[in-house]
Ligand binder design. Structure first.
Ligand SMILES: [Zn+2]
Ligand SMILES: [Zn+2]
Length: 888
């Protein structure tokens, strides 16, 4: 026997193994594909980690993300791909600024304005370094095999270069423009928000019916009347036909004013009275109507959410204060017709829940509809749609193609400027002398290219955080440096772009996935990734969203020391179907830990009972294989084939959970419960057991990398498991016959075991079995020792026909096998003793219950339900006692 194998610990201690193994991997350099021994022709497989926001430590959803991507990467690496997984973090501009602002308010009672931009940003960077290093540590703890030498941050120097290059190129081609447009404005963040940064909250409000010149109309926002520049009706509404094009006088709270009546298709004749007031400065719909009818835009609400100077006595009020005042004044003037209750969806800021104010403002936009010659005359939106519809980009699960396409089809120009301090600056300078605007890649522009003046100021806004994360697949691969003057990709970009898989949460399709596709088409004229694998949310055991405030969350940081990383990974990988939310509980992790221990124990058994060196040298094909050997090798081959199918890179098929469940079943049942037990009887299995173990560890490695690598280290292999080769099938010829035969043996053993269990036969007791099987007689005969051991049969009698059933015999019938199991013979003394013990136990219980029921004190005072329950118990105990008596 080889040296050292006796030293394998009895128990697997994740805590003492994981740190050491991760360090070994990291120091080996194998996370970096440049260090893998691969032929030049090796294909690339690349994933960019969706960069976690540096706003907080990682949660269970991130743990799932790391586990799923690590399975894909480890499989690709072992399958001979140039596997690259790029780590990184996201500065999350507006979200981070909000977190730091809240902290500042809580700890020092100050706002960002009290500190000023420079001091405030110092706070942000300090916070950022803390969380960033915590996140890096967590990803390492999760076992993620990422190439840390290529780590990126959305706000580091290389990404800043990519962002300003991207902006300047887009500006140069007219894809980025500056314009007065209506935007979603958060008065608290004092910044614009993209359409998908808005959430909707159902709110009980009022619908005000106001007398409006000759009309009566309904509005939920009477305060915006101060900014009305028209009323609109549907062109086909007969009630208002004669009014179209006319100017009407309206009496208002600040005196009389005039508006035009316009006809527009967008007006719903069924809402209110079919006529609406038009406030182009403060409503998206009205802004569009204003554009179509060249209406004046009169702003009355400012960027702090207060009424502007032009609002007379209402100036300076908040929107809510103004509404209250105006309603009172309208009532006093007699122009308030009536007020109704009204439930509607209020738009609120996704970061701070403040009600959104639509405002007209001068902002930067990306035109999604501008046709580009170099994209075949198509727009970014068209290219992004085409890629999904043609399956060039595959969504897993497929149903999300539709969600993506619907979103894309309705996409408007994307507002990319944000009025916040933390983020990428806009690379545009304004000249105070000649008023020219210059877009420049330089960090600081010192001379105006038009008039050579030096009084230049940079645009004070910063870029939407999704602008930088939109470049993530190529900015992490060295763009723009890795693109030559002809537009060809070089270096990492040529090797790894388009990337293979984007694995992310389905809730981020619109915010992020869609942007990445458009940005990649613009920069490189190609898709950013071949496959989008979407994972669901992890919910608590009741199916509710986990949250800190509800206290139902499971923190991966607490679980790893308790159960080990492998157990945590396995528990979130199994039962996890793409695109579907998953119920989760700590029990799942506990069950996974039990499996990890089981794998350890099987491996330990094999390694301590075989002659390793001899086993390694033996060619399985040179052995005479028994039926059981052929069966287990066939099962092992099946697992290999299934793994290739479930992790298939070229077919873009990822059924991780399905593979994991099948492997677990194979390991626990086929291998541990059956084959290892059969091997103990048949003997001489060193080479086969070694072969099975070696393959098993490779197959499990992507799921539970630590324990598999630790066991592997006892196999005296040249290379660590992480760079071992994915297993290949072992051809042993025809196996179908062996399969059906072993299945028959398993069924027979199971049938006998069932009868034992049903009759409460003592686990240690031996029984007698009589079997008649014209078709499988010789098979059963040759496996009589195995059956004897696994079903604890002391005497197995093979007969032509079973004959009449005697007392104490219990029958079983399988296809081709029939038998009688004799229960409670030989051992009757022991069983009888056990039954007698049980009898007296239940008699005592019954006596206790009876005493209660007979006690009037109890029955008169206790609630009816309690009394009924006691009576039920009494009946149950009486039944059990009867049953025991018949067996004695
Ligand atoms: Zn906000
Ligand atoms: Zn100038």
């Amino acid at each position: 026997m080889s040296q050292g194998l006796k030293n394998i610990a009895k128990q697997y201690e994740a805590g003492s193994v994981e740190g050491r193994i991760y360090k070994m991997w990291e120091e080996s350099g194998y996370f970096n594909p440049d260090n893998l021994k691969l032929p030049e022709s090796a294909k690339s497989f690349c994933i960019v980690l969706p960069p976690p926001n540096i706003t907080d430590k990682l949660h269970l959803g991130h743990a799932a993300m790391v586990a799923i991507e690590d399975v894909m990467i480890r499989y690709a690496r072992m399958s001979g791909y140039r596997a690259l997984w790029i780590p990184g973090t996201d500065h999350a501009a507006i979200a981070t600024q909000n977190v730091v602002e809240k902290r500042l308010q809580k700890e020092e009672g100050k706002t960002r304005h009290d500190l000023g931009k420079e001091k405030f940003l110092e706070h942000v960077w300090k916070f950022l370094y803390e969380t960033q290093s915590m996140i890096q540590k967590q990803i390492r703890n999760m076992g993620g095999s990422l190439d840390w030498s290529r780590e990126a941050f959305t706000l580091d120097k290389p990404r800043a270069k990519a962002v300003s290059e991207m902006f300047c190129r887009m500006y140069g081609e007219g894809v980025i423009y500056r314009g007065h447009r209506i935007v979603n404005w958060c008065p608290r963040c004092e910044s614009t928000l993209a359409d998908d940064e808005i959430e909707y909250k159902e709110k009980e409000e009022k619908l005000y019916w106001i007398k409006y010149g000759p009309f009566v109309l309904a509005t939920s926002r009477p305060e915006t009347k101060l900014g009305d520049t028209a009323v609109a009706v549907h062109p086909d509404d007969p009630r208002y036909k004669e009014w179209i094009g006319k100017t009407v006088k309206i009496s208002g709270v600040l005196g009389e004013f005039e508006v035009k009546v316009v006809a527009d298709e967008v007006v719903d004749p069924k809402f209110g009275s079919g006529i609406i007031k038009v406030t182009p400065a403060h409503s998206f719909v009205d802004f569009e109507i204003g554009l179509r009818h060249q209406l004046p835009v009169k702003a009355v609400i400012n960027e702090k959410g207060r009424m502007m100077e032009n609002c007379g006595k209402y100036a300076g009020m908040t929107v809510a204060e103004c509404r209250e005042a105006i309603v009172a004044d309208m009532e006093a003037m007699g122009i308030m017709d009536r007020v109704e209750d009204y439930t509607h969806n209020l738009s609120v800021c996704y970061r701070c829940s403040t009600a959104i104010e639509p405002l007209v403002s001068k902002q930067w936009f990306i035109s999604v509809d501008k046709k580009l010659d170099r994209l075949g005359g198509k727009s970014l939106k068209e290219k992004a749609l085409e890629a999904a519809k043609s399956d060039e980009i595959r969504f897993v699960p497929e149903r999300f193609t539709k969600r993506y396409s619907n979103w894309m089809e309705n996409l408007h120009d994307w507002c990319i400027s944000r009025q916040i301090w933390f983020g990428h600056p806009i690379p545009v300078w304004y000249c105070q002398d000649c008023k020219e605007m210059t877009c420049a890649r330089d960090e600081k522009l010192s001379e105006c290219p038009s008039c050579h003046g030096s009084k230049l100021t940079q645009d004070p806004d910063s870029l939407d955080t999704w602008f930088s994360s939109g470049t993530w697949t190529f900015s992490t691969l060295g763009w723009p440096d890795n693109q030559d003057s002809k537009g060809n990709k070089t270096g990492d970009l040529a090797k790894f772009h388009p990337t293979s898989v984007l694995e992310t949460g389905y809730e981020i399709i619109t915010l992020w996935v869609s942007r990445m596709v458009m940005m990649s088409f613009f920069a490189l004229g190609e898709i950013p990734f071949n496959t989008v694998y979407l994972h669901g949310l992890i919910l608590d055991a009741q199916g509710k969203k986990m949250s800190k405030s509800k206290g139902n969350g499971i923190d991966p940081l607490d679980m790893i020391p308790k159960y080990g990383t492998d157990a945590l990974r396995l528990s979130i990988l199994l039962g996890n179907t793409p695109g579907t939310d998953m119920k989760f509980s700590e029990e799942k992790i506990d069950a996974a830990k039990r499996f990890v221990n089981k794998l350890w124990n099987i491996s330990r058994y094999i390694l301590t009972s075989i002659d390793l060196e001899k086993a390694k040298k033996t060619d399985i094909k040179s052995l005479v294989l028994t039926t059981a050997d052929r069966w287990i090798i066939a099962r092992s081959n099946e697992m290999i084939a299934l793994s290739r199918e479930c992790l298939d890179i070229e077919g873009r098929n990822y059924k991780i959970s399905m593979l994991g469940e099948a492997l677990r079943e194979y390991t626990w049942s086929d291998l541990a419960d059956w084959y290892v037990e059969i091997a103990k009887v048949e003997g001489q299995k060193d080479a086969i057991l070694y072969h099975l173990l070696e393959i098993l560890l490779r197959l499990w490695h992507p799921f539970i990398p630590f324990v598999s690598e630790e066991i592997w280290s006892n196999l005296a292999q040249k290379d660590p498991l992480i760079v071992s080769e994915w297993p290949k099938l072992l051809d042993i010829g025809e196996v179908e016959n062996s399969r059906s035969q072993i299945e028959k043996i398993k069924d027979t053993v199971t049938a006998i075991r069932n009868i034992r269990a049903e009759n409460k036969v003592d686990a240690g007791a031996f029984i007698k079995v009589k079997i008649a099987s014209p078709s499988f007689g010789s098979l059963i005969n040759s496996y009589r020792e195995v059956i004897g051991k696994l079903a604890r049969v002391e005497e197995l009698e093979m007969v032509e026909a079973l004959g009449e059933k005697m007392a104490g015999q219990f029958p079983f019938i399988l296809d081709g096998v029939e038998g009688y199991v004799s229960v409670a013979v030989e051992d009757s003394g022991k069983s009888k003793e056990k039954l007698e013990k049980e009898l007296s136990h239940y008699q005592i219980l019954l006596e206790n219950v009876r005493r209660k029921i007979d006690n009037v004190e109890f029955t008169s005072k206790a609630p009816e339900a309690v009394v009924a329950k006691e009576k039920e118990k009494a009946k149950e105990y009486r039944d059990i006692i009867e049953k025991i008596k018949t067996r004695l």
